[in-house]
Design a protein around this ligand. Sequence first.
Ligand code: B1M
Length: 641
Amino acid sequence: MTHKERILKAARGEMPDLLPYIPRIDLWYAANSRAGTLPRQHQGRTAYEISRAEGWGLMTASIDFTYQFLPEALLHRAIGTYSLKEHVFKFVLSPKIDIRVKEEGERTFIQYHTPKGMVSTCKVYSEEMKRGGVSIPWIEEHIIKKAEDYRIVACLFENLDLVPHYHPFLRWEKEVGEDGLCAAWFAGAASPMHHIQKYFLDATEFFFHYHDYQKEMRALAEAMNPLYEKALKLIAESPALAVNWGGNYDEMITYPPYFEKELLPWIQKASAAMGAKGKFVFCHCDGENEGLLDLIRDSGMHVAESVCPHPMTKVKIEEYYRRWSERLTICGGVPSNILLPSSATDDEFQAFLENLFKGIAPGRRFILGVADTTPRDADFSRLKRIGETVQARGRLPLEGGAARPLMESAIRRAAERVAPRGEADELFQTVREDVLNGDEKEVQAHILDLIKKGVEGKNILQKGLIAAMEIIGPRFKAGEAFIPEVLLSSRAMNVGLRVLEPYLSEDQKKKAGKVLLGTVKGDLHDIGKNMVAMMLRGIGFEVVDLGINLTAEEFVKQVKEQSPDILGLSALLTTTMPEMKKVIQGLEKGGLRKTVKIMVGGAPVNRRFAQEIGADGYGHDAAAAVDLAKEFMKNRIAHGA
Ligand code: B1M
């Protein structure tokens, strides 16, 4: 049986002869071939040649980053319309849209002049980003900045069409042959609303607009519907046997009620359109899926691709298999950090592998791969060992065995320890409710009402604003509140603080402390960091957000210039975690280490790592980061700093 036949059988829920194994090695390959550090036996080979030489299938169901994209392929990065070999059509803009492109160093500025007005974007792709292994430009200026932009972007999308264009896809399919299943691609979003979220707005800003500009946003999503309908129709009619329809689903960013309302109907639609032609829908489910497990299972998608289990995320592989494999094929299963000698010892890796083979028995509906992709510093011999284990023990059905016990739902567990609802005092109930509901207009009015009644500012601050934030933090930790609610509450808190400021004494106005916050070099992930920033501000800290992709030198310079109490470092990639250590070393060298407390966080970071690199603390999530910052300040004051 060929690799492609095995993958197809797994996608249909049938039993292939052997467990399909298709490790994704694109980023590992790109970084190591550039650095001349490919394993000796593979030097001079392409990524496909390496996989073939090892006897592995080719991971062709997800975008392939071994290619250094031509600049024109990603010209329209900020509106999510690329031109890739995975496309079975071309995007065509009507002549009514005048596009003006200006290159300035590493930045590309684009203006889209439409009959309804002009909107602009800016993307950046520096040499340093490329050297650091960043595979795609960063959107520096998003297309939507204000409410009026919605109808202009709608006009842009009404003037955008798709025309079938199979040649690059067919050439690629031929190159892959029987070694993989090539999936077509549209825009990486599941639905128009998801498209708006991923491309048109900064991630935090999206949640604010979703609350403030519902009508405008919905009208834009509707204006984009015909393009999405057409993409589905063209893909279903094209030679492609599968499509990768949307991704980066994550229980925080695409939190369950939002996923259900905005993404699910389109995944169902895609699955029906492709299913009717005997084809498959893959979705890039690489995020934290615990809260989305049932929704994804019931979405109709055929294959959840890039499934990344514990220890990278909360859900263990056996739980995935138990919850999904009746209806849904799992592709992935090996989290990237288990391949890194710095994150997992050889014994831990071996134990993971043993458990994996037991936990997914009998092996139906499973395509083994690395989720999301093999990191640059992976131990190549571990990839080989997985392949050898598949050859030795991967005949289906797999033998079962005692997998480790399933993990309890963290949400359920956490819900049991929901914190008390805070100090109740009827007078401040409305202000607390405004903050909890994220109602920035109401909070202003209610604070002014209380002031008029002669209530002291200090009490409104403590019993109204701060008490509300003390409620939302634990609710979030307990899985009772979703990210947008926390962000909206933090925003309302800040608005409330501004209104209250004139009524507070100098002492009461004092900030809880000053925090510098940034994402380390080579890393563009900023959603978690932004969330930490918002929550710290919400609780009264002064936060200077330094941004993303920051060098150790820049952090040191900023600490020197701004003298913060706390420096917060965020990293989401295992490859960028070592940058945190460089920052600490830089501070030590500059004699600044003792002047500042250092807190680190991000999905792959853990307490052990924080200790190893000499950080002062680790924040598992934004609420924990707030607790830690408060703790730091308490100790600083106690020690007279
Ligand atoms: Co990326 N990505 N991504 N990605 N992405 C991850 C991180 C990944 C784990 C997916 C996976 O393997 N399953 C994986 C990293 C694997 C690894 O390194 N071992 C990965 C990869 C591989 C990549 C690319 C390399 C993919 C590619 O190009 N082929 C690429 C890298 C780009 C780069 O940075 N150089 C890439 C790109 C992207 C997008 C641009 C598409 C998008 C980022 C958009 C953005 O940030 N503006 C994206 C996303 C969305 C994700 C996932 C799906 C979700 C991340 C997220 O925002 N979560 C992620 C999967 C995952 O994390 N399991 C994944 C929600 C957010 C609120 O949580 O950031 O964890 P999080 O923050 C939490 C806590 O960690 C903590 O508090 C927050 C709130 O509770 N926290 C701190 C965070 N920072 C803190 C700092 C603190 C304290 C607490 O103190 C200072």
